[in-house]
Every structure is written in C-alpha cells, then in structure tokens.
Design a protein around this ligand. Structure first.
Ligand code: ADP
Ligand code: MG
Length: 511
C-alpha cells in the first residue's frame, strides 16, 4: 500500500541518520580552515559572477546557497549566532559538525540516539557552567574592550596598525553612545582610500550631497529641520482641471503656485533654519529659493537616515510646514559636504544630543570594504555585548580546553552508555583548539597534549598566535579575550542543532 504521493522519496533508519550527519559535517568542514588568527579566507562567486571574499563563517554559509535540509540547520546555527551575539559563527558551525561526527561513531557502536541526546545535553550544561566559572575578573574599561575588539578581528586580514586603529575606532564609537542603545552606532562605507583612513564621525553621514550645487558646502552651529513631507505644490487626491478662460486667470493660477512654493522657503528662512532635510521631494523652484536664502537642503533622504539625524540633532519630525516652531529644530555643530571621487557625502557632526555616531569604513577596493564592514560589524557587536554583559572569558582555545576537561571529569562519574556520549561531547569541543592549532600549522595532537598539560597546571591554557609566533600561554596575559556570551551561545545553538539532527530517523521528501 502506498500512502505517499508518487515520486516522493523516503529514507529511514540508519540511512537517514547517516545522510543527515554527513551533510551536517560537510557544512562544518567548509568553514574549518577559516577559524582563528591564521584562518584563511574564502572567495565565493555567485551565478551572476559577483564575488565575495570573506573570513566570516555566517557569510560563507549564507553565500554558499546550501540546499540539504540538515545542512541548512547548521547554516541556521551560524545565523543565530550572528544575530544573537555577532561573533563565533565559525566556532558554532565547527562544533555542530563535530558533535555530529562524534554521534555517528556512537551510533555505529549501537548507542541509541536518545542516549546520545541526553548525554549531549548533560555535557552542554557542564560546558556552560565552566564558561561562567572562567569569567575573567576584570573591570570592563576601555583597555579591556580594546582587547576584546582586537581578538574578534584577528585573522580577518586586518594586521598590525590597521587592527589597532580599527579596534580603537570601534571602542570609541561604543563608548561615545548610551550603552542600552544598540542602534546608536551606524556603519557607512566608501571605496577609495586605505583601510587606515577609516574614521569615527561623532554624528551622522548622509550618503548624498545637497539638492543644488550652489548651496553652501558647510555650516556651523546650524539649525536643522527634518520633514517627512514634500516641498511641492500641493495636489489633491483627484486631478483638478481648471477652466482657464483668460490670460489673466492663467497668470493668477501660476502666481499662486509660485507664491506657495516661495512660501515654503520663506517660512524656513524666517524660522532661522540653516539646513532642511526631507524624506520626500523638493520642487526645483523651492530649491532655487532655498539656494538664494543660503539654506542647505537634502531631499529623498531615507527614513533611517532622517531618524539618525533627528537623534543626533535633537530635531523633531515636521509634518506640516505651517506648524514649524522653534522647538522642532535641531542643532548640529558642523555640517560639511565632502566629495569622494564622483560621490558626495554630507557629514553632520556634534549634535545637540550626539546620541548617534558613525564609523566611516574605507578601503582600497569594493571587496576590501565589504569584508572590513563585516569585520567592524562583528567587532562592534562583540564590544557592545561585552559592555552590556560585562563578562569575558580567555580565548585562544583556553575556555574550550577547560570545558572539555570539566566534562570528562563529570563523565567519569556517569554510568552506562550515556558516559560515552558525555565524553564524546568533550572530544567535539576539543575540535576548536585543535583547529586553531591546525590552521596555524601546528601539529594538532601535540598542541592538545601541550594545552591539557598547561591547563592542569594553571587552569588557563591557550594557543596564542601573534605575528609569526605561537605560544602556549594564559591568553589573558596576551589580551586574547572573547565575550562569555559568544561561547555560551555557540554551545547552546550547536547542541540544539546537532541533537535535533541526531533524533531524526525518517526523512520524507516530496518530489
Ligand atoms: P569565529 O567565527 O568563531 O569568531 P574566528 O575566525 O573569529 O571564528 O576565530 C575565533 C577564535 O580565535 C576564538 O576562539 C578566539 O579566542 C581565537 N583567537 C582570537 N585571537 C587569537 C590569537 N591571537 N591567538 C589565538 N587564538 C585567537
Ligand atoms: Mg570571530
């Protein structure tokens, strides 16, 4: 008897498990070589020929356009990691893959899937406890945030001076705004300078120049009005047709239009407005009047940009020009139109309540800028997370070695086959320091032996890569720190995805 539609495909039992596990492992394998300070980049070319060069796990997996449903779950792990904490995407993907690889071996030894899942959950709990125990007792000050920012950037093609400069820029940005406002820092990019020219603007950058070339190029202590209405002749809902019967009447109609348009400029001028920004259009004739009045005007500004200008300047949305009052106007210390090649950008700096800052990312080519933007964004997330949670743990594999060791210790006290699963979880976590070592050209087995010995001795053992040098050392001494939240999220989401895949023993696919 057939209960499935014709052409649908069903795989059950060990076959289903093994196909899902293989797919999951393959995804993790794909990002392995990018982990850590000596991680390599990947070049992804789309069907249309677009090129993305990146070291970021989430971006790689997203660009790879993965179809297999189980593999897709690992991609989701990386995405969740990116959304929740902004970093640790490669770590989370590798961990999921390794948890699956370990599970495959256990399944072959006839350990039941449920037992594996139980063991994994138990081990994940111990792992998370260990992370909490390893939180570094340090004040979350500028120095610490710089370390965290730098650690998140290592291996992203931002060596030496650039990394230092970028880390400082990111930390300055975060410290320049309220800590509970995650949207206060914006990233703007432009190709055509060295990455060292990346700068922090204490305000907002508009991706455009003024509405007319003859308008002022700069202003200081400027009053700013932000509108969400067009400065055009008002037209009704329905088209109105005038029956014009004489030249006088025509002139009169045109005059009244002209007066209305001139009126806009006059109201703004009388209110002492120096800059007007609207999310809508401005009629050319109004532009002329505004130019004559030395008012800088920007039209078709995006809602987001307008909102940021409002935030930086303390202005209020103006919905009708007639209602414009002094309270609606914001203040910016300086406005400057700058030209980069063919493009114009306008910098609004030092607002009344400068609650918005912008990192202006520069780089030599489109690809460099795109990757730098990802690096800066990750780093920004990491620094914001650290500032908010105030908890960091030693990086460079140290916390992983500690987790694995604690899990193995606990496993010794567990009876039955579940012990095998708990132990397997520890082996899976080892894949993080092992991969950092491997990618740095170290022998992975020797590295693990060395790290474990150092851990037993001191409790903190990382494989720190600096320039060409590899040292087995307490990462705190070298300032290699990761937010605790990144580790916790990676354990959480990798365990969830892996156990979900392990529990599946029947795949029914429609044709
Ligand atoms: P992810 O996408 O998981 O963040 P990364 O390529 O950014 O992957 O690598 C992160 C790992 O590299 C973390 O475990 C971090 O502690 C480690 N790391 C960062 N800087 C160093 C360093 N200088 N030496 C060794 N490991 C480092
Ligand atoms: Mg990272």
């Amino acid at each position: 008897m057939f209960i499935l539609s014709e052409g649908s495909n069903r795989t059950t039992g060990r076959d289903a498990q093994s196909s899902n596990i293989t797919a999951g492992k393959a995804v993790a394998q794909a990002v392995r070589t990018t982990l850590g300070p000596r991680g390599m980049d990947k070049m992804l070319v789309s069907g249309a020929g677009d090129v993305v060069i990146t070291n970021d796990g989430a971006t790689i997996l997203e660009e790879m356009d993965i179809e297999h449903p189980a593999a897709q779950m690992i991609v989701e792990v990386a995405q969740t990691q990116e959304d929740e904490v902004g970093d640790g995407t490669t770590t989370a993907a590798i961990l999921s893959g390794q948890l699956l690889a370990e599970a495959e071996e256990l399944l072959q030894q006839d350990v039941h899937a449920t037992t594996i899942v139980e063991g994994y959950h138990e081990a994940a709990r111990i792992a998370k406890e260990t992370v909490e125990e390893h939180v570094v007792d340090a004040e979350v000050d500028e120095e610490l945030l710089i370390k965290v920012a730098t650690s998140s950037m290592t291996g992203k093609g931002t060596a030496g001076v650039t990394a230092e400069h970028l880390a400082q820029t990111v930390v300055d940005a975060v410290l320049g705004v309220d800590d509970d406002d995650e949207d206060a820092v914006t990233i703007e990019t432009h190709v055509g300078a060295s990455s060292a020219d990346t700068e922090l603007i204490s305000g907002v950058i508009l991706d455009d120049g003024p509405a007319h070339a003859a308008m002022p190029r700069s202003a200081e202590d400027a009053k700013i009005a932000v509108l969400d209405i067009p400065l055009e002749v008002r037209t009704g809902e329905i088209d109105v047709e005038y029956a014009v019967e004489s030249v006088e009447e025509l002139t009169k109609a045109m005059d009244s239009e002209a007066a209305e348009l001139r009126g806009y400029a006059e109201v703004l001028e009388e209110a002492g407005v120096d800059i007007v920004v609207t999310t809508d259009d401005i009629d050319d004739r109004v532009v002329e009047h505004l130019t004559a009045a030395d008012i800088l005007a920007f039209e078709d500004v995006s809602d987001d940009e307008a909102r940021r200008i409002i935030r930086a300047s303390g202005a209020r949305w103006v919905g009708a020009i007639g209602d414009l009052s002094d309270d609606d106007l914001g203040i910016v210390e300086s406005v400057e139109v700058r030209r980069f090649g063919d493009d114009e950008f306008t910098f609004f700096e030092g607002g009344a309540d400068a609650k918005s800052v912008t990192i202006f990312v520069r780089g030599g080519t489109e690809n460099v800028v795109r990757e730098l933007e990802r690096v800066v964004r990750d780093s920004l997330d990491v620094v914001q997370t650290t500032r908010r949670t105030g908890t960091v743990v030693p990086g460079a594999g140290s916390t992983e070695i500690a987790m694995a060791s604690a899990i193995r210790e606990a496993a010794a006290g567990i009876t039955g086959r579940r012990q095998l699963a708990v132990d397997a979880f520890a082996d899976a976590i080892d894949s993080i320091p092992r991969t950092i070592a491997e990618n740095s050209g170290e022998d992975p087995i020797d590295a693990l032996v060395e790290l474990r010995a150092l851990h037993d001795e001191t409790g903190r053992a990382g494989i720190v890569v600096e320039g060409g040098e590899i040292t087995y050392v307490d990462p705190i001494e070298r300032g290699v720190l990761d937010p605790a939240a990144v580790k916790l999220e990676a354990i959480e989401s990798a365990t969830e995805a892996a156990t979900m895949i392990i529990r599946i023993d029947d795949v029914i696919a429609a044709s």
